[in-house]
Write a new protein. Structure first.
Length: 236
């Protein structure tokens, strides 16, 4: 009996050590897609952008973001009391509404972001992916719809996970390109447009800067959408 008990304890200990080794290995493993920030940002310098949409959130609820809600994820719903996305078909999603400025502080329009879980998310591949659609409406210019696949593995493992586990605030800044596709070059693309964006093709990336994240889900952050339009399709 003692031998059986000792064997069971040894097996349980080995299993736990194995799980710990996998977790540690996944945390430090250099997945190739995780270096995309250094590769992608230089491809979208401010001087080469056809459209630059910037939004910001603040711990105190100020900033450009007007509303954000999820199915119960780590981000605090804004404003307080906004309903969660509790229905089964949408509870793995995120919805955000914001005003946007041009990077120089001048408000130029409003935008919405809708996210839903991506079936290709894989823990062992370092992938926490979403389908993401942005719709921006710029008075006097038109509207534009953008689609991307984004990956939040680094955000989850480097910031959100440790903050929730340890109960300590994160203070950055930490800069990251969220976009990983769906194009093979790692960019998102223009779906449709109106006004000056009608008939235009193009690509974009979404980057984010986390400045502060708290265990209650409140955060101080900046996000921007960097759009480059195809010069050979001037629109209609």
């Amino acid at each position: 009996m003692k031998k059986v008990t000792a064997w069971c304890l040894a097996a349980a200990g080995g299993f736990l050590l194995g799980v710990l080794a996998v977790v540690v290995g996944l945390y430090f493993f250099p997945f190739a897609h995780l270096d995309r920030t250094e590769r992608m940002l230089p491809q979208f310098p401010e001087s080469a952008l056809d459209l630059w949409l910037v939004l910001e959130g603040r711990v105190d609820g100020s900033g450009t973001v007007r509303a954000i809600t999820t199915g119960g994820g780590p981000f605090a719903p804004t404003p307080a009391g906004i309903p969660l996305l509790e229905e089964p078909a949408i509870r793995d999603g995120l919805a955000l509404t914001t005003t946007v400025h041009d990077g120089h502080g001048e408000v130029i329009g409003i935008a919405t972001e809708l996210e839903s879980g991506h079936p290709d998310s894989r823990l062992l591949r370092g992938r926490l992916m979403t389908h993401t659609t942005w719709s921006a409406f710029l008075p006097g210019r038109g509207g534009i719809v953008l689609y991307q696949v984004e990956d939040n593995w680094t955000l989850a493992t480097r910031i959100i996970g440790p903050v929730l586990l340890l109960g300590r605030d994160f203070r950055g800044p930490w800069r990251h390109v969220n976009t990983v596709g769906p194009r093979t070059d790692g960019r998102g693309y223009v779906v449709a447009g109106t006004g000056e964006f009608a008939g235009r093709a193009g690509t974009f990336i979404e980057s984010a800067e986390m400045r502060e994240f708290r265990p209650d889900g409140r955060m101080d952050f900046m996000m921007d959408l960097r759009v480059r339009l195809d010069p050979h399709q001037p629109g209609r």
